[in-house]
Design a protein around this ligand. Structure first.
Ligand code: F6R
Length: 251
């Protein structure tokens, strides 16, 4: 694991976007997270596209997850969120048909999960956020470390955390989701995980220094050969070896 402690979210977004821009190629499969963590990164990719330094035209983007049961035009449906962030010549050049999201409105959700798992293969670069309980994608604590794309149930903690996107109304946050599994995420060739704020500190400490455990799903990344963690000072605040990581900051 490469661990890079940043003084701000902006620094983390700068570093992550530079890495993606540097390694991008036509036909790249980019794995994309939703939530608030990657928003500044997407803004930088849009800026780079506007300046002619980056394009997802001819490439594809693959969502980690999708809510089940939201109306197709619900602005917080992850397909709609990612469309607004990335799709179109005024964004990153990504074509609508090259944005892939699990079909949370399918009548047969198991079949939709299998279809997504088969379609995704492996992405070239995966962007990840992390939940306060260590979830990545919507892989909640206690799920299988070997899971593939599946129908999941959100914890109450995650629904409460995400209520801010639903006017603060927890009851509007779906209970079910379709999510890439941990084994799906592990097939990515390279992974960049961003973590910001005090509420992520325990999860970041477990991710980097804890034992691998299904109870802290992100710890599976300790088995991945090419993971970079970009954490701000608050998210890094429970790390035991913080001085060492700070000293070697070797991006
Ligand atoms: C979203 C996702 C989640 C989020 C996590 C953190 O696609 O997969 O794992 O990355 O819930 O969310 P934020 O960034 O809103 O703190």
């Amino acid at each position: 694991m490469r661990i890079f402690l940043t003084s701000s979210k902006d620094e983390a977004w700068d570093i992550a976007s530079a890495r993606i821009i540097d390694t991008a190629f036509e036909g790249m499969k980019l794995g994309v997270a939703t939530g608030s963590t990657p928003l500044g990164l997407y803004a930088r990719l849009r800026q780079a596209h506007a300046e002619g330094r980056f394009s997802l035209a001819g490439s594809s983007a693959w969502a980690l997850d999708e809510y089940v049961g939201l109306a197709e035009d619900h602005p917080e449906g992850y397909r709609n969120v990612l469309r607004a962030e990335l799709v179109g010549p005024d964004k990153t050049g990504l074509a609508e048909e090259d944005l892939h999201t699990p079909d949370g409105s399918a009548t047969d959700l198991e079949a939709a999960a299998t279809a997504y798992e088969e379609a995704i293969g492996s992405v070239d670069m995966q962007i990840l956020g992390i939940g306060g309980d260590g979830h990545i994608g919507f892989n909640m604590p206690s799920g299988s470390l070997a899971s593939t794309t599946h129908v999941g149930t959100l914890t109450q903690e995650t629904r409460e955390a995400n209520a801010r996107f639903f006017s603060g109304d927890v009851s509007s946050v779906p209970e079910k989701c379709l999510t890439q599994g941990l084994a799906t995420i592990m097939r990515a060739k390279e992974i960049i995980l961003l973590a910001f704020g005090r509420e992520k500190a325990r999860a970041v400490a477990e991710l980097i220094e804890g034992p691998v455990s299904a109870f802290w799903p992100a710890t599976v990344l300790q088995h991945h050969p090419r993971v970079t963690i970009l954490a701000d000072e608050l998210a890094a605040s429970e790390l035991t070896m913080i001085d060492y990581y700070r000293a070697k900051n070797d991006w």
